[in-house]
Design a protein around this ligand. Structure first.
Ligand SMILES: Cc1cc2nc3c(=O)[nH]c(=O)nc-3n(C[C@H](O)[C@H](O)[C@H](O)COP(=O)(O)OP(=O)(O)OC[C@H]3O[C@@H](n4cnc5c(N)ncnc54)[C@H](O)[C@@H]3O)c2cc1C
Length: 391
């Protein structure tokens, strides 16, 4: 069986890993010109962490993880108003750069990624392989086309229709970049510090190599992306204190600056014929839910399990019939995704409080959580349905 996977992110790489081990022939295309390091920090746990374990990645994740032992919330002037000590070394939870996780998977994948390449056209003649045209002009006939190309998926746009029909905006833009800042990096240490004023959040944490990673969230009434995101960040956050006067002038332009809308993706169905969507392309839960990476890897594992001999009958495999496998994948994943998406929407007001009242409520809750044992309860409650299992 032959698959073309569009998007070498967490979902695309994980699926490729599984399919090539099941004897599939896989082609993997990625729009970025080369592997992109850096990016933003994620908390990685739950079923995706379990999938990573089955792929033998846990030792590597231990090497690249960052210790984060405290969350600290600051006011607009940089004074800490509340905080939460995190229990040390919670089993099955790691904080790491998304790119370090992607690199860990990529290093175990045999298929060569074709960088600087994407899909431009898809045709599905009845009872025949799917025909895919790539940006380099080449044409491919495959049993399965997988759109693992993120929230702004091109495969989704080509096969399922325009983005506006499938994307729910959560009222915020997000930005992330990192800078070389030895002193600030030392000062922040192993704490994740966040300044919040109504509608704005700026977070910082230290990276190896004397670097500092910055994350910004701001409320917007119009989801359209600005022409000059650097100017927007400086304008919205420029009047605040703490380290912002030092780090904002060093903000690089895209693509080193990651800047995007905060969205969830919702589709009536995740496959059409021999085309299936995977990861953020069909199930983005948003950074508010904090499970997107875990869900992307889980979905890839489930899709592969359904597509390989365990999921398909011998007759279906022989006939190249993949419909039941794609339906099984969606049946297993959709309820989990819908639960995590609901959790993400409820969490918006905690992560990016819209008013002073909300900020005060959060600070009071975090002070209560400083009581012995309460910190564990709070951290546990930040996960929808606990850390979950592979569905
Ligand atoms: C700031 C931030 C913080 C987050 N924090 C967390 C967290 O704490 N925990 C967590 O679990 N998740 C978190 N997430 C979410 C998580 O990063 C995503 O859900 C996850 O990366 C989704 O994986 P994916 O493979 O579907 O998409 P991606 O990782 O986005 O990969 C998609 C790939 O497709 C490529 N691509 C895009 N378009 C095309 C095209 N047309 N053709 C070819 N290739 C293309 C992209 O370059 C990329 O390599 C966070 C996200 C953000 C933005």
């Amino acid at each position: 069986m032959k698959a073309l996977v569009c998007g070498a992110g967490l979902a695309g790489l994980t699926l490729t890993w599984h399919l090539e081990r099941a004897g599939w022939q896989v082609e993997l295309v990625e729009r970025a010109p080369a592997f992109r390091d850096g990016g933003y920090m994620i908390d990685f746990y739950g079923p995706g962490y379990e999938v990573a374990g089955r792929m033998g990645l846990h030792p590597r994740l231990e090497e690249v993880r960052y210790p984060v032992d405290e969350l600290g919330y600051l006011d607009g002037a940089g004074r800490q108003t509340s905080g939460l000590r995190l229990p040390p070394d919670v089993t099955g939870v790691v904080s790491l750069l998304r790119a370090d996780l992607a690199r860990a998977i990529a290093d175990t994948v045999r298929t060569t990624t074709r960088y600087g390449t994407s899909v431009t056209a898809v045709a599905q003649p009845p009872a025949a392989p799917v025909q895919v045209t790539l940006t380099d002009g080449s044409e491919h006939e495959v049993d399965l086309l997988v759109g693992a190309d993120g929230t702004h998926s091109t495969v989704r746009e080509l096969v399922f229709g325009p983005e506006r029909d499938h994307v729910r905006h959560l009222g915020h833009h997000v930005a992330a970049y990192s800078i070389h800042a030895p002193e600030l990096s030392r000062e922040i240490g192993t704490r994740y510090r966040m300044l919040t004023v109504p509608g704005l959040m700026a977070g910082a944490y230290a990276l190896r190599g004397e670097r500092l990673a910055l994350l910004f969230l701001h409320r917007v009434s119009d989801p359209a992306l600005p022409a000059d995101p650097v100017a927007v960040l400086r304008e919205r956050f420029g009047g605040l204190g703490w380290i912002l006067p030092e780090v904002l002038p060093a903000c690089p332009p895209p693509p080193e600056l990651y800047y995007d809308q905060v969205t969830q993706v919702e589709l009536g169905g995740w496959s059409r014929g021999r085309v299936v969507l995977l990861g953020d392309a069909c199930q983005a839960v948003s950074l508010f839910a904090g499970h997107g990476a875990s869900m992307a890897m889980t979905a890839a594992h489930v899709l592969a399990a359904e597509l390989t001999a365990g999921g398909l009958t011998a007759g279906e495999l022989a006939a190249g019939e993949i419909g039941p496998a794609l339906a099984g994948y969606e049946r297993r994943m959709r309820p989990v995704i819908e639960r995590v998406q609901r959790f993400g929407r409820r969490f918006i007001h905690w992560m990016a409080p819209p008013s002073r009242l909300r900020i005060t409520a959060r600070d009071l809750l975090l002070r209560a959580a400083a009581l012995p044992g309460a910190d564990r309860l709070l951290v546990g409650s930040l996960s929808p349905g606990g850390h979950g299992r592979i569905p």
